[in-house]
Design a protein around this ligand. Structure first.
Ligand code: URA
Length: 434
């Protein structure tokens, strides 16, 4: 088998066999297939697409590229949550501790920033000392003790996704149903879960721009779960503006801490509670979804979710004091305000451009080797629907270097639309699949 022939076949939108897909995944994981050939294959897939059979084969090969963890010795139903990627999307750090505080065992394998979207691992690593590179044994031990552990794909678990994800990030091959579905489902199926809640983002800050595309992605992932005998439920949720106000790693951790202490933004709190409720329900902690919603709210309100998060931060080497004392988190050295050019109502915020500006300032990677600057990002002062005056602050850019600051500021200025009429309110949760 020759890699170049498989690239050519995929370029022509041919269906590849299970063996051919295994050959590509194994060859790339072991280093026999170089980056440039894998990048070409990913681009061919981006344009040529994949059949359901190919998506399943890709997921299975990626999952089998490393250890498939068994958690059967840990009592309880294991449920995880994953998002397809958004801007300011920090719900994992909120819904996971809520669900764990309610008694669900939450093994969470997360990703790093991808394209203009942030990654859970990068956010967690902005907490001084926090380690996500635990061994499988450490992962199991923490789950048994605390019911929640955050790790990343690595050389042991989902190594194929680890490598392909980083390559997609810098080769313009992120926004593809087969590549997103296999990336997410391969690592989720490798972590020993019984059920999974997915947050499929749709809108100007998501990889899927229309609800039809988002539904296709949701159905693909629910289908993979079904074929692997796991219960998977997907919410399709709006990403036409950043979630909450904070975008950027340490800035988002601050907002997570506020939300876990009942002082978070309404949209972020609402979505995190709904995701947690679905995890609790799939985790069979309550007989009905309504009871799960009530329990999720109780665990947020009585402080036990925040306590759980602090315990997890401590257990993974992080300094939990940084969750209350934000001066212990990485802090930017400069701040620039973006002002409204006119009075009116904020009628749109292009979330992707806010994410790109943040990435450009150092919150994400432009090439694989880039080191993240955890301090930088954007804090919105207003959200869609709010009234502003000419000259009022729309958002603040937090930076540590000025190299890309002007470019980022231009992008952000352009991201806001201010109009005479108040825009119609959008639903946050649009649809449930599965
Ligand atoms: N999250 C992932 O883990 N992979 C993707 O491709 C997109 C979001």
């Amino acid at each position: 088998m020759r890699t170049v022939d498989l690239i050519l076949r995929k370029r022509g939108a041919d269906e590849l066999s299970v063996e051919e897909i295994q050959f590509l995944v194994n060859g790339y994981t072991t280093g026999e297939i170089p980056d440039y050939q894998m990048a070409a294959f990913l681009m061919a897939t981006y344009f040529g697409g994949m059949t359901d059979r190919e998506i399943s084969a890709l997921t299975e090969s990626m999952m089998q590229s490393g250890e498939v963890i068994s958690l059967t010795e840990i009592p309880g139903v294991k449920v995880d949550k994953h998002s397809t990627g958004g801007v300011g999307d920090k719900t994992s750090l909120i819904c996971a501790p809520i669900a764990a505080a309610a008694g669900v065992v939450v093994p969470m394998i997360s990703g790093r920033g991808l394209g203009h979207t942030g990654g859970t691992l990068d956010k967690l690593e902005s907490i001084p000392g926090f380690r996500t590179d635990l061994t499988v044994e450490q992962f199991r031990a923490q789950l048994a003790e605390l019911g929640l552990c955050f790790i990343g794909q690595n050389d042991e678990v989902s190594p194929a996704d680890n490598r392909i994800y980083a390559l997609r990030d810098v080769t313009g091959t992120v926004e593809s149903v087969p590549l997103i579905a296999s990336s997410i489902m391969s690592k989720k199926m490798a972590e020993g879960i019984d059920a999974l809640v997915l947050d499929v983002k749709v809108g100007n800050g998501a990889f899927m721009k229309t609800q039809v595309e988002a539904r296709r992605l949701a159905q693909a992932m629910v289908g993979i779960g079904r074929r692997m005998d796991k219960k998977v439920q997907a919410l399709i949720t709006d990403m036409n503006q950043p979630l909450g106000y904070a975008v950027g790693n340490a800035l988002e951790v601050m907002e997570v801490s506020q939300t876990l202490q009942k002082a978070g933004p309404a949209d972020l709190t609402r979505l995190s509670l709904e995701l947690a409720a679905r995890m609790i329900f799939l985790g069979k902690i309550t007989p009905t979804l309504d009871e799960a919603r009530k329990l999720a709210e109780d665990k947020l309100m009585d402080g036990s979710a925040y306590k759980k998060f602090r315990q997890v931060v401590q257990a993974q080497g992080g300094n939990p004091q940084a969750l209350d004392r934000f001066d212990l988190l990485p802090n930017a050295t400069g701040m620039r305000e973006v002002l409204s050019p006119r009075a009116g109502f904020v009628s749109a915020i292009k979330a992707e451009d806010i994410g790109r500006a943040s990435q450009m300032m150092g919150a994400g990677r432009m090439v694989k080797e880039d080191v993240i600057d955890h301090a930088v990002g954007v804090i919105l002062e207003v959200k869609v629907g709010e009234k502003v005056e000419a000259g009022s602050v729309l958002c603040r850019l937090y930076y540590t270097g000025e190299e890309h600051l002007d470019e980022a500021a231009d992008l952000v200025e352009d991201a806001f639309r201010v109009s005479n009429a108040r825009p119609e309110e959008r639903e946050l949760i649009l649809e449930v699949v599965g």
